[in-house]
Design a protein around this ligand. Structure first.
Ligand code: ADP
Ligand code: GLC
Length: 486
């Protein structure tokens, strides 16, 4: 199949969170399966230069509503997928800055224009290359105009034959702009209606994309169920119930070339479930890195996340003092986001030297060391469409403690005290209290039931989270979308 991905992030080139990992590793896997995969994404100022990148087209004329813009298009492969093609859109005004969605002082005021440009450029690029995909796969609101182009402005030409698949990674972000900004898309004005791009008088990009896509996916079966309810639907649950027959949840995989403790070059020592010495050594190095007490008998509880409401780490900040007072443990936190929460964690580390390590910022290498060196991994998410870190954690023998929501339910198996089965610890209630007790349960397992702790670790490390199965499911979704399109 000829597959066009349109994505605002593609790891390893650009990444804010799991969307970048997913778009990069799914594209790689599909390409290795023999599909002709091409990815369109912006060339942000933060994308590292590369000797392999070459100019594919200059200029690409992009037809926005009532005006034209020009881009230089660069081409490069996804590492590990020699047949894949990533097309980077270079446009100084839209993408020359380093940040993807938000600048240091809040959202980019021109996000509507920037990402309208991305979707439109993907269409114009296909025409310029005379390369017409069978399927266009869009990721979240930033590429949600593409399905509508296929149904309207492109319907009568070769590009309009393509089916579209819209993947929801996170319903919280919908791309909501003023109604006036819809004109820039160049889409027919009558698409701005309740059964389309209009919501409460505004232009809602994601909503229109969900109306127009041939098929819709989200990143776990459980989140696919949840988003049809008002609790998780972020105002679009009615639409998602309406399209329920076209909506399916496909669990994300992980890139096992990047996240594998046996081969991970970012670790001071590698290990496997049969040879765990390396994990102990990584723990030592992690303790040294954060100036924690060098004691291998104390369990380390870690978190790595964007520090926003979704991730529930404010609950951890609420209970941290109590945990440190009542339990023998160490805490390690890596993240950036909400500045008030960043400061709470900075203070916690300052008050508890030797017990709490905090790094505010984004650090890929450190995230690998933490996954390897920690004993438990905390994901108390309020909602979690899929979540990747719990899977990385299990692969690294670090037991996840997660709230029972979204993809966390589909990936973590609850610990059974009487049998030692399971791969982690789940709790239901969205509260600091519930998190406190889950941590207490995990901590007592570590100290009082070491055989159970060891078997949980073995179970977790033997699970297969590779992309193989999920990529095959996407193949089926694409076929399903194509027959719907026909
Ligand atoms: P989300 O996409 O909602 O942020 P995921 O669990 O799907 O959640 O993916 C998050 C990804 O971003 C993981 O690969 C995680 O390691 C990475 N990540 C998040 N924050 C940081 C950070 N501060 N430093 C390094 N990696 C981070
Ligand atoms: C989103 C979600 C996360 C998911 C990721 C990749 O950012 O918040 O749960 O794992 O997308 O699909």
């Amino acid at each position: 199949m000829k597959i066009l991905m349109i994505s605002p992030e593609v790891a390893p080139f650009s990444k804010v969170g799991g969307l970048g990992d997913m778009a990069g590793s799914l594209s790689k896997e599909l390409s290795l399966m023999g599909h002709d995969v091409r990815v369109v994404t912006p060339l942000y100022g933060s994308v590292k230069p590369s000797a392999q990148r070459r100019v594919a087209l200059e200029p690409l004329i992009v037809h926005l509503g009532g005006f034209e813009q020009y881009a230089r298009v660069w081409e490069e492969r996804i590492p590990g997928a020699p047949e894949s093609k990533v097309y980077f859109l270079e446009h100084e005004k839209y993408f020359g800055r380093p940040e993807i969605y938000e600048g240091p002082w809040g959202g980019h005021g021109d996000n509507c224009e920037r990402f309208t440009f991305m979707s439109r450029a993907a269409m114009d690029l296909c025409h310029a290359l005379l390369w017409y995909p069978d399927v266009v796969h869009c990721h979240d609101w930033t590429s949600a105009l593409a399905p509508a182009y296929l149904n309207t402005t492109e319907r009568g030409n070769d590009l309009g034959q393509a089916a579209s698949v819209m993947t929801i990674h996170n319903l919280q972000h919908q791309g909501i702009f003023s109604k006036e900004s819809f004109a820039m898309s160049g889409l027919p004005a009558d698409l701005f209606k309740a059964d389309g791009f209009e919501a409460l008088g505004n232009f809602n990009m994601l909503k229109g994309g969900l109306y127009h896509a041939s098929k819709i996916t989200t990143v776990s079966p459980n989140y696919a169920r949840e988003i049809k309810s008002s609790e998780y639907g972020c105002g679009l649950d009615g639409l998602l119930r309406f399209r329920a027959g076209d909506l399916v949840g496909v669990l994300n995989g992980i890139d096992t070339q990047v996240w594998n403790p046996q081969t991970d070059s970012l670790l001071p020592m590698r290990y496997s479930r049969f040879e765990l010495d390396g994990k102990g050594y990584c723990k030592e190095i992690l303790q040294t890195h954060f100036d924690l007490d060098r004691d291998h008998t104390v369990p380390i509880f870690a978190a790595i996340a964007r520090l926003y409401d979704q991730k529930g780490l404010d609950w951890l900040a609420d209970i941290a003092e109590g945990l440190l007072k009542n339990m023998r443990l160490q805490l390690v936190i890596l993240g950036a986001g909400d500045s008030a929460l960043e400061n709470r964690f900075r203070e916690l580390a300052a008050y508890h030297p030797g017990k709490v390590g905090v790094h505010i910022g984004y650090d890929e290498a450190l995230s690998h060391l933490i996954e390897a060196g920690a004993d438990f991994f905390l994901m108390p998410s309020r909602f979690e469409p899929c979540g990747l870190n719990q899977m990385y954690s299990m692969a690294y023998g670090t037991l996840p403690i997660v709230r029972a929501t979204g993809g966390l339910v589909d990936t973590v198996e609850q610990y059974q005290e009487n049998t030692g089965q399971g791969t982690g610890f789940l709790f239901q209630e969205p509260s600091a209290h519930a998190l406190y007790y889950a941590i207490g349960w995990a901590n007592s397992t570590y100290y009082d039931r070491p055989e159970d702790f060891a078997s949980l670790r073995q179970n977790a490390m033997s699970r297969d989270f590779s992309w193989k199965r999920s990529a095959a499911q996407y193949e089926q979704v694409y076929q399903w979308a194509r027959s719907a399109r026909r």
